[in-house]
Design a protein around this ligand. Structure first.
Ligand code: DON
Length: 331
């Protein structure tokens, strides 16, 4: 029997889960040394590269947390998922998909190449910067704060508290983001933006600076695992069609130019951010063995040491390990 699976006669207990996950986090924490914290947004350099933490919240109420569980961090690119969801809720799916495609790029998150090649008549997908900034420009409202209010309200509804905005991170990105401004100008030239460029970029930098914890990501992940339904209240917080579309995009585009490998080796929808966060979503599945979280779960990971694609280096390895041991793959 592989480590981490359970005898038919054994009940999955909290202690059993905790011991395994603690061991795995301790093991993968050593691999944080192979990555580097992001430095192109100056303040992100201050993160401790040795940190690694995970929080898993199951549909059956079972939960496990391990490692650096109390560090909060900015949501960064994970916000692209929720911005896309809010834009679809405000404007309708057809409107949004008329203006941004759903194709993976196989290129870096901040690549400008596809805009220049004009292979498609719109940005490739809402999770690369060009697509995300375009989606941000579609949000209702005149000011960045007006545009982001529905996003905050959605997160507050799911989490039960309103997340804060990390102003230091926001200012650090606003004052350093040459590439995103270049993308912004390109989008203006192509006539893709629906709001003024400065307002759109300010909104984008602010949405990236929302402060979260791994527990927050696990709670939100669980709502996505249930196609937008809050299991506790039975309320549909995100329309099912939009939640499922967001998950399809997370699976195909969520880890940037490592999305194919993540789908092949981990096999669950996920989205990373450059501060080292990952949200991952394991939908309910039918398995004959007794395995944890077969009813579905949301997962939050934090590990600020990144690989070359800008994803948490140890976080991905830890997720791969857990998904293999507990057969989380949707395939
Ligand atoms: O656009 C940026 O540069 C950041 N605010 C977000 C990028 C990001 O998180 C990429 N993720 N791996």
């Amino acid at each position: 029997m592989i480590q981490g699976t359970v005898n038919w006669n054994t009940k999955i207990t909290q202690d059993w889960l905790q011991n395994y996950v603690d061991d795995w986090v301790t093991f993968y924490q050593k691999q944080t040394k192979d990555g580097e914290v992001a430095s192109y947004i100056p303040i992100l350099k201050e993160a401790d590269p040795k940190h690694l933490g995970i929080s898993i919240l199951g549909n059956n109420g079972l939960s496990v947390r391990s490692g650096n569980v109390d560090t909060t961090f900015t949501i960064q690119s994970i916000s692209k998922v929720f911005c896309f969801i809010v834009a679809c809720m405000e404007r309708g799916v057809a409107y949004v998909l008329d203006r941004v495609d759903v194709e993976p790029t196989g290129e870096a998150f901040n690549s400008i190449m596809h805009l220049e090649m004009r292979k498609l008549k719109k940005p490739f997908n809402p999770f690369v910067n060009a697509g995300a900034i375009t989606v941000t420009s579609m949000l209702n409202g005149k000011t960045p704060d007006e545009k982001l209010e529905p996003l905050f309200q959605l997160l507050e509804k799911i989490l039960g508290h309103r997340p804060s905005l990390n102003l230091d991170v926001y200012e650090s990105e606003r004052d350093s983001s040459i590439r995103n401004r270049a993308i912004g100008y390109y989008l203006v030239e192509l006539d893709y933006l629906e709001s003024n460029m400065d307002i759109t970029l300010e909104t984008y930098f602010k949405q990236c600076s929302i402060e979260v914890s791994i527990d927050d990501l696990a709670i939100i992940g669980r709502v996505l695992a249930n196609d937008g339904l809050d299991m506790q209240t039975d309320e549909e917080i995100i329309p099912r069609k939009i939640a499922r579309l967001a998950k399809a995009l997370m699976l195909t585009c969520g880890m940037y130019d490592a999305s194919g490998k993540f789908a092949a080796y981990v096999g669950i929808p996920a989205k990373s951010g450059v501060s080292g966060g990952i949200i991952a979503v394991a939908p309910p599945r039918v398995r004959e063995e007794v395995l944890p979280f077969t009813e579905g779960c949301g997962i939050g990971v934090y590990g600020p040491a990144l690989d070359n694609q800008g994803n948490s280096i140890a976080g991905i390895k830890l997720l791969k390990h857990i998904a293999t041991k507990w057969d989380l793959s949707i395939f």
